[in-house]
Every structure is written in structure tokens, then in C-alpha cells.
Design a protein around this ligand. Structure first.
Ligand SMILES: [Zn+2]
Length: 636
């Protein structure tokens, strides 16, 4: 094993030396260390562990030097495949004479889509996933669809100098190369795209052609300007794939288009750089921005017609060294009211939350987590549960994100003098039973919440802290008297959103020893259960995930915990007491329970939940019977 590692070493190491990240001596030393390891490890990892390079520097060097690094090495160094998988694939490659990529796909180590991305990157050509609506129709005039099918390429766009970008499915196919050269006199720019996308755009072209030739059919035309159609397509795709943001970024030699889906950026396609001015102009027109201004950052808003709906988008244009970069936030995310049972808390946790927290008539309930962790969803469903005719519920929110029938909601608005502080002062005079404060921002708002609870109200609010115990300590840090905290705060909920495995491409797999150790579980015990992950398909934008599920930590304060607060114990001590006396389950443990249920992966749990020291044994974590689950991020 060590020998094969040694043989494959040089390109990645050389890239790091060339970048000035490490010295040649450090490379030699790292290679020696790597060859002595019992369990094979990536060179990049060895360098990071030796303290020679940061993870960021390694990733950057690999990204920059993609050209020249062998495909297998690049996939390993980027953590897309394991060294074991590469060795197995190399053996298959030698034995059956197939390409490395094919061998990796056969092994299930990588999906086709990811592989094509990597090959394009390695070859230094743009990755373009074409559809008929993205293609400049002028380039299809007089071209026969069958010719394109036979030679496996489609023309895509034409630049100012008349050079045409064509998308091919195989960069090494001589027949394709000859056909392209013949058609464009050897002057075409090649991009790589998935075979299926190329074929289906040719098929669509064929259908279009047939319709156009049929005189009785309504006149079908490419009515729009190609760039107008392209922008429309990129926006529609983003909405279809449930993206929250669209990133259109100029780079040295191409435009990169990425979507943020379920909180993570996903590469959609590259586009020829020549299209940048036209695309940016088109978007600026839609958003009423100044199209002749190219030196200043700009912002705007636009309404995009998608089917029956009008989708609100917020645009930001940022002037970069390579040109203007556009980011669009898709604001249509209709926040749907989710019932308590659909939140995804385990059955026992939900029972607890209902009886020991929501059913009490007074006290402060805090929902905590970073931005985008689903706090608002949890808060609204909690309020909705408490909403009945016998109670007055009043809110001060910044802004109201979702309206619920029967409650008095207020969006704060500083400009007209309706500030947060003023709203808080006024809302208690509205004779409420339940007060909802958008967020506890500082000592003043914390005091208002505590005062309200002391005078017999129930108070809900959100908070920005890492976990439940962190929420308690934050209140102590704000110099709120500990006896006030312990006598008013009844519960803190902390949460994170984990991406949910795509149901369409979910397949069994066994997590690696490294992953299991990183989570803090016993390997032998973990191996007794079954695990799943998504292989990537059209349904999930090839990410293997679709929608999200929350991991929760529910702290219900009992006498022991209150006593610990009064004594100002440390976070570690308070957590220990909470685990022992209240049965606190951490977000990481709750996430692991959802991994065992086949809802998410260890990778998601590791990336998104704070570390838990002293994890409970998996048997205990997994046996927690849980309620029917539904995605919180997968609403129609
Ligand atoms: Zn899928």
C-alpha cells in the first residue's frame, strides 16, 4: 500500500511547493511520514497534521493546480474518494481495461455528475450542463440534429471574435474532435458536459425542428434573445431545485454558476466568460439597476415570473477583479406553518416539550441556534400550539415572517419610531397571556423578558448561542441576577438543520472508522447498525440530499440545574448535571439518532452540530423511539 501511495505522490506535493505553501524539505519529510503510516492517509492530511500547511492552503493549491494533477490524486486529496477506493479502482482499471472514472463509478465511489466536474477541472475546461434553452439558437441554424448525435457535441455560444464554445461529452474522443474542428475550422473552444444533458438537448432540438416543419403546428420559434432565455433558465432552475441563493461569479477563464440548496453551495454549471457583460446587463435591467455603471457595487430587487407565481428576488452586484459578480437571494421561501409533530423531535423529547414547557402558563422559553438553523419554524409551531381563544398572544418581530390567525403580530419599524424597545414596553399593556419577542439582543431585552415572566406571563424568544447551556451562561454574562434566571427560565431549545438523505437515490453504506471516531462513537457498536447515504441523482441536484431535518437539544430546567445556575457553575458542570438529572440529549446525539433512522448522515452531523464529549452509547441513542418525521426545509 505504502508503495502505491509513494508512486502517486508527486503532483499534489509539487503543487504545494510551487504555491510556496511548503518547502521541498517539508515535502520530503511528509512523504517519509506518509510511507511509514500503517493506515494510508492523504498527503494533504499528513501535511496538515505535521503543521506544515493549513487545510485551506491545501484546498486552494489543489483547486488552482487542478490541471496537471492526476484525476485519482485530485479526487483523493479533495476527499471525494478514499485511498482504498482509488486502489481498488486502479486494480479494476488494469484488470478490465476500463477508464479510472468508469471503475470508480462501478465501485459506487463517485457519481457520474461529480466525476465530470472533476475531469473538467483537471483538464482546465469549463463544465457546462447544456439544455436547449441555454443554447444560442443562431448556432443551430442549418445544423442537423443527427450529425450532433453522431459526434456527441452541441454548440453553445459565440463570442465577440466569432469563436464558438461547444460542449462535448468526452474530451479524448477523436471523432468528436474532428467533427468539431471541421465545423468550426479548428477555432472552437471546448467545454465538458454530461452525456445525458448533451443528448437530451439534441433530442429537444430534433423535436423542435419537427414541429417547425409541420406547417399545421403553431409557429414555434426561439422568440427570445439567447441571453434573456439563458437568465430565465438559470432562475427557473434555481427555483425548481429549491435554491435560496444564485451565485453568478466571473473567474479567470469562465463564469461559475452555483446554487445554495439546503444551506450548501452546489455547482450548477460554468458558462463562457464572454457572456458575462450580457448576463449582468440582463439581470440589471430586470432589477432596475444602472446598466452603464460597472465600477460601483449595486443592489436591487426584481420579480421573476415562474409559472403562475411571481418570485421576489434581491440582487447584489459586487465589482470583482474579474468583473461584476451577481448574487440573487430568492425570497419566495414561503414559510409554512409546521405542526409540532412535524418538527422532527423524538417522541420522548416532544412529550417533554409539550407537558413540561408549552403547557405551563408562565416562564421564559428560549430557542437558540445560529442564523438559518430553523429557530423561527420551531417558534411559530410552538406559538401555534398555544394559540386558542382563551389566550391573548402578542408579538414584536423583526420582521413578521409568517402570520398566524388569531394572534396580535407586530413588525418593528425603526424609521417610523416603532422600535423594538418601544414595542416591548407597549405590548405588556395589551393584557397578553403570551408574549413573543423576536430576539433577545441585549441586557435590556433580556430584562423585559424576565420581568414579563415574573408578572405571570409566558414568554417566547430566540437567542444566538451555540447550545442550551450556552444560552444560560449568556444570560449570566449579561449580568442578569442568577436567582432571576433560575426562577423564570423554564426551558432552552437549541437546534441545527441537517441535510436529509434524498429518498430517490438513498443506498446502504458503511461509514469509515475515521468518521465514527470523529463523531465520538464506538466502532464495533456502530457497525451493528445499517446506514444510508444518497448517491446523487437529478432529484437532489446530484448532492445526495434533499430537504432538511432538525437536530434538537432540549433543556428543561429542574431543581438541580437551577441550583447549579445559582452557584454559577461552569458550562461543563451544568451540562453534566443536566445530562444526569434531566436526561439531556445533545444535538450531536439527536443527530446520530437520525443517522440510525436513515434520515441523514454522519457527515452532516459532524459538520453541523457542536461536539459532545462523553457521548452516550449508540444503543441508548438509537433506542429513543421517535415520532414520524417530516422535512422542515422541503415545503412546497
Ligand atoms: Zn437523489
Amino acid at each position: 500500500m505504502a508503495k502505491t501511495v509513494q508512486k502517486r505522490r508527486s503532483a499534489v506535493g509539487q503543487a504545494l511547493v510551487d504555491e510556496g505553501v511548503i518547502t521541498p524539505e517539508q515535502l520530503q519529510r511528509a512523504l517519509r511520514v506518509q510511507s511509514l503510516l500503517e493506515e494510508p492517509k492523504r498527503l494533504g492530511e499528513v501535511l496538515i497534521e505535521l503543521g506544515y500547511a493549513t487545510r485551506q492552503a491545501v484546498t486552494e493549491a489543489i483547486t488552482k493546480h487542478g490541471v496537471g494533477i492526476r484525476l485519482g490524486d485530485m479526487l483523493v486529496e479533495q476527499g471525494i474518494i478514499t485511498l482504498e477506493a482509488l486502489d481498488m479502482a486502479l486494480a479494476i482499471q488494469r484488470g478490465r481495461g476500463v477508464r479510472l472514472g468508469e471503475a470508480l463509478i462501478q465501485l459506487g465511489a463517485i457519481n457520474k455528475h461529480t466525476l465530470i466536474h472533476c475531469i473538467a477541472h483537471q483538464a482546465g475546461v469549463p463544465f457546462i450542463e447544456p439544455t436547449l434553452s441555454m443554447i444560442d439558437p443562431n448556432l443551430l441554424r442549418g445544423v442537423s440534429p443527427s450529425y450532433l448525435t453522431k459526434h456527441q457535441f452541441v454548440p453553445f455560444s459565440k463570442n465577440e471574435e466569432g469563436r464558438v464554445t461547444v460542449v462535448v461529452s468526452d474530451l479524448n474522443n477523436n471523432d468528436t474532435r474532428q467533427a468539431v474542428d471541421e465545423m468550426y475550422q479548428g477555432n472552437a473552444i471546448r467545454a465538458l458536459g454530461p452525456e445525458e444533458a448533451i443528448c437530451s438537448s439534441i433530442e429537444d432540438f430534433q423535436r423542435f425542428r419537427e414541429k417547425a416543419e409541420d406547417k399545421s403546428a403553431p409557429d414555434v420559434q426561439f422568440a427570445e434573445d439567447p441571453v434573456v432565455a439563458l437568465v430565465k433558465y438559470l432562475f427557473s432552475q434555481a427555483i425548481e431545485q429549491r435554491a435560496s441563493d444564485i451565485h453568478i461569479e466571473p473567474m479567470t477563464d469562465k463564469i461559475r454558476v452555483r446554487y445554495r440548496i439546503d444551506g450548501v453551495l452546489v455547482h450548477k454549471t460554468d458558462l463562457p466568460l464572454d457572456l458575462l457583460p450580457k448576463i449582468i446587463s440582463r439581470i440589471k435591467i430586470l432589477a432596475d439597476c444602472n446598466i452603464s455603471e460597472h465600477q460601483k457595487h449595486q443592489g436591487g430587487r426584481l420579480l421573476f415570473a415562474y409559472g403562475e407565481k411571481e418570485i421576489d428576488m434581491r440582487l447584489s452586484i459586487y465589482v470583482t477583479v474579474y468583473g461584476e459578480s451577481a448574487v440573487l437571494r430568492v425570497l419566495n421561501k414561503e414559510l409554512a406553518l409546521v405542526s409540532l409533530d412535524e418538527l422532527g423531535m423524538s417522541a420522548s423529547m416532544m412529550e417533554r416539550y409539550r407537558t413540561d414547557v408549552l403547557d405551563l402558563s408562565t416562564g421564559v422559553v428560549l430557542i437558540t441556534g445560529p442564523t438559518g438553523s430553523g429557530k423561527t419554524t420551531t417558534m411559530y409551531s410552538s406559538i401555534d400550539y398555544c394559540n386558542d381563544l382563551s389566550r391573548k398572544i402578542i408579538t414584536a418581530e423583526d420582521p413578521v415572517e409568517f402570520t398566524i390567525e388569531g394572534i396580535t403580530q407586530c413588525s418593528i419599524f425603526d424609521k417610523v419610531g416603532r422600535s423594538f424597545e418601544m414595542s416591548l414596553r407597549e405590548m405588556v399593556r395589551q393584557d397578553p397571556d403570551i408574549i413573543v419577542m423576536g430576539e433577545i439582543r441585549d441586557k435590556t431585552t433580556a430584562q423585559v423578558a424576565i420581568q414579563a415572566a415574573l408578572t405571570g406571563h409566558k414568554v417566547f424568544s430566540t437567542f444566538h448561542t451555540e447550545d442550551t447551556i450556552g444560552g444560560l451562561l449568556r444570560l449570566i454574562d449579561m449580568e442578569i441576577e442568577t436567582f432571576l434566571i433560575s426562577s423564570t427560565v423554564i426551558s432552552i431549545v437549541a437546534q441545527r438543520l441537517l441535510r436529509r438523505i434524498c429518498q430517490k437515490c438513498s443506498a446502504p453504506y458503511m461509514p469509515s472508522a475515521k468518521e465514527i471516531q470523529a463523531v465520538g462513537l464506538d466502532i464495533a457498536e456502530v457497525r451493528q447498525y445499517e446506514y444510508y447515504r444518497g448517491r446523487g441523482c437529478n432529484h437532489c441536484a446530484h448532492t445526495g440530499y434533499r430537504g432538511r431535518v432538525a437536530a434538537y437539544e432540549l433543556l428543561v430546567l429542574d431543581e438541580e440545574v437551577k441550583e447549579a445556575i445559582l452557584q454559577k457553575k461552569t458550562a461543563h458542570e451544568i451540562r453534566k448535571i443536566s445530562v444526569e438529572t434531566t436526561g439531556l440529549v445533545s444535538m450531536r446525539e439527536d443527530g446520530v439518532a437520525k443517522v440510525v433512522k436513515g434520515l441523514t448522515t454522519f457527515e452532516e452531523v459532524l459538520n453541523r452540530t457542536p461536539r459532545t464529549f462523553d457521548m452516550h452509547p449508540l444503543r441508548q441513542i438509537a433506542s429513543n423511539t421517535t415520532a414520524p418525521q417530516r422535512a422542515t426545509g422541503d415545503k412546497k
